[in-house]
Design a protein around this ligand. Structure first.
Ligand code: MOS
Length: 703
């Protein structure tokens, strides 16, 4: 714990910050020279391939490995009878410990071979027999076994209530009462989950276990995987300098990290490589739960909200709970005297859901922002004016003042740029050739989070400064952004700063998740730079070094801190085929100070593109008879491709957040996805008069 506060730091002057400094590792990546986790250098590595359960619930009776072991190149097979023991209670990560099967696709064995091909062929030759049990794999709103989780991700109250929503209903002139659903969606980073593991050979020095991992937090992997194996932190090292995307799915270690560690322990001195296949990712990498959301908006004759009710039914895995915080954003969005939200879960015999870009906000804001569009239609108030009319003066949930709530400015600026004025609100009023054309808008929000507990080290070198911390760059450009922040904090040119991250032997850093990385790590670097200057002055000798801790920010507890966006979509629906295509998208965001406009734009258009996928394409189909996702490849699970993405424009307000951190910046990784699907559904209604309340918005809805 640090004894300084953010407020006590010297004022931050942006010089490198605000410039579009090129991504430092870009050339290494595009020229194929950046080694990813599966490519960590090694002599004669072993290759691993997972064997997955073909039943959704039951116990393994026997694993017959004889044919696999006879295959050339196969050297070993581990199953629950032979794998080293783990300790812990994580139902997802306690792998190969018992014969119990909790979901289809769960790891029941691993084949170890001298080549990737032999491992994969060997895995196909393993015969597993099961005693199968009845399973439950269908999410239903009327499930009798729904339960109330203690908290929702990561630790929000499960329910909230203020006033009396039934009274609002009675007093209202206009009521929107509708059910919205969102499907399962799967994180599909370009680089599948992969790891290279090595257990120290007899007589060697150094940590017992080294993982070259692909992760959003190296220290988190040490803590979790080391904990399962009974290792002290210093007995384990995790390196992850390059990550080919994660979108939340690499926020926590996954089962491959554990399996590779178990095999490495069994084969000390041998390097073990394991990657999920694309298909395996649909069972083992986490995913966004499907949701069934009941929203009731009650308004007076002018459109002013009297009541906001948002009840969510969603799903978790029987083997480990993850409760998506779907209705939490609704608590903070609009003013109304009567408000209530709730979350109920079905614990099904299915793979474990987890974080996927804006978990909670993305599906929750789809429901709320489509409901707001329905209220706009019902009241005859313009959708933008309706949102402006219901702006809260303070956070409706906590009563705290907003640090910087600029949703209205985003909406107004977006309306100007998009050409909203003069829009004919009547649905189906614009036909261009064979296409009905509509426009829609939705608001976006995402909490401005800073994770506590970071440290950093700054060392003077012969030609500049080395900044080290165990942060992660998951493809967002963190090391570039942190170099800009460090340069300004040290008051030196950015070229003089080198940033090293992605290694658990560096000072402790928190997750690249929740859009919190730059704020958390940047704050720590600014504080460390101030401490360095205090200790070593402005002309330090090479080798002078300071380790600093993240300062506290008491003002954060006294404010509600969020980013905002207004997202606009123009969409065309073919009158003969029903095909919906987005032809224009615009997002205007309030994200505090923009540290690097090139990388910020990349995050925001990436988020909006993923939101376009959620709006029109992405849907994982579970077959409840067998319990697994049947659309388990990129041929049947469609993410947005270039041809799907039209003119995409991003803009941000020129602003500095005075509360969150010394830089005045908020995270941008997630907000871009939040409002897109609602804006698409709203534009589709405007084009056709068909109100789609179930994602994704597909052609069959318009026929
Ligand atoms: Mo993000 S889903 O918090 O990595």
């Amino acid at each position: 714990m640090s004894d300084t506060t953010v407020q006590e730091l010297p004022p931050f002057e942006a010089r490198a910050v605000g410039r579009g400094v090129a991504r430092r590792e870009g050339p290494l990546k595009v020229s194929g020279q950046a080694p990813y986790a599966f490519e960590a250098p090694a002599d004669e590595p072993l290759f691993l391939h997972l064997v997955q359960s073909t039943v959704a619930k039951g116990t393994v009776r026997a694993v017959d490995a004889a044919r696999a072991l006879a295959h050339p190149g196969v050297v070993d097979i581990l199953d629950h009878t032979s794998a080293p023991r783990l300790s812990g209670d994580d139902g997802e990560l306690m792998v190969l410990q018992t014969p119990d099967v909790a979901f289809r696709g769960q790891v029941v064995a691993v084949v170890v071979a001298e080549s990737a091909e032999a491992a994969r062929e060997g895995a196909s030759l393993v015969t597993v027999t099961y005693d199968e049990q009845e399973h439950r794999a269908q999410l239903r709103a009327d499930d009798l076994d729904l339960y109330k989780p203690e908290k929702v991700n990561p630790s929000f109250d499960t329910d909230s209530s203020d006033g009396d929503v039934d009274q609002a209903h009675r007093e209202a002139t206009h009521v929107v009462d509708a059910t919205y659903t969102t499907p399962y969606e799967h994180n599909n980073p370009l680089e599948p989950h992969a790891v290279t593991a090595r257990w120290r050979a007899d007589g060697e020095d150094g940590p017992l276990l080294t993982l070259d991992a692909s992760t959003q937090q190296v220290h988190g992997v040490v803590e979790t995987v080391g904990g399962l194996l009974g290792l002290e932190p210093e007995e384990m090292r995790v390196r992850s300098p390059y990550v080919g995307g994660g979108f939340g799915s690499k926020g926590m270690p996954k089962v491959h990290d554990v399996v590779a560690s178990l095999v490495a322990k069994t084969h000390p001195g041998r390097t073990c490589r394991l990657a999920f296949t694309r298909q395996q990712m649909f069972a083992l990498a986490g995913y966004r739960t499907a949701t069934i959301q009941h929203v009731v908006l009650a308004a007076d004759d002018t459109g002013r909200l009297l009541g906001i009710q948002h009840e969510v039914v969603e799903q978790t895995s029987a083997v480990k709970e993850f409760a998506e915080q779907t209705a939490v954003a609704t608590r903070h969005m609009y003013a109304a005297p009567h408000r209530a939200t709730s979350h109920r879960l079905a614990a099904l015999d299915v793979a474990v859901p987890s974080w996927m870009r804006a978990p909670g906000e993305m599906p929750g804001m789809f429901a709320l922002e489509v409901a707001m569009d329905e209220l706009a239609v019902a009241t005859g108030v313009d959708p933008i004016e309706l949102r402006v009319l219901n702006e809260p003066a303070a956070d409706p949930d906590t009563g705290l003042p907003f640090a910087q709530r600029r949703l209205v400015q985003c909406l107004r600026r977006g309306a100007d740029r998009f050409g909203w004025a003069g829009r004919d609100p009547r649905p189906g009023s614009r036909l261009e050739g064979d296409w009905l054309v509509g426009t829609g808008v939705a608001a976006a929000t995402y909490p401005a989070m800073t994770m506590p507990g970071n440290q950093a080290q700054i060392t003077a070198t012969d030609d500049g400064y080395l900044v080290q911390l165990g942060a992660a760059d998951i493809g967002t450009g963190s090391s570039t952004v942190l170099a800009q922040i460090a340069a300004d904090a040290l008051e030196v040119p950015v070229e003089e700063v080198t940033v090293e991250l992605g290694d658990s032997s560096l000072p402790k850093a928190t997750v690249a998740g929740g859009s919190s990385g730059t704020s958390s790590w940047g704050t720590t670097i600014v504080a460390t730079a101030a401490a360095f200057r205090d200790e070593h002055g402005t002309s330090p000798a090479a080798g002078a070094s300071t380790t600093g801790s993240q300062p506290e920010n008491p003002a954060a507890d006294e404010h509600a801190m969020f980013s905002y966006g207004a997202q606009f979509v123009e969409l065309r629906v073919n009158v003969w085929t029903g095909e919906p295509r987005v032809s224009r998208m615009l997002g205007v965001f309030s994200g505090g100070r923009i540290v690097n406009p090139v990388l910020a734009r990349s995050q925001l258009i990436g988020g909006m593109t993923m939101g376009l996928g959620a709006g029109l394409l992405e849907e994982s189909v579970r077959d409840p008879r067998f319990g697994h996702i049947v659309t388990q490849d990129l041929a049947s699970y469609h993410v947005a491709a270039h041809a799907d993405v039209p003119a995409i424009e991003v803009e941000w307000l020129d602003e500095v957040d005075g509360v969150i951190n010394p830089m005045g910046s908020r995270g941008l990784g997630e907000i871009g996805i939040v409002g897109m699907a609602a804006a698409i559904a709203n534009a589709a209604f405007h084009a056709t008069g068909v109100r789609v309340r179930d994602l994704p918005v597909t052609a069959d809805r318009f026929l």
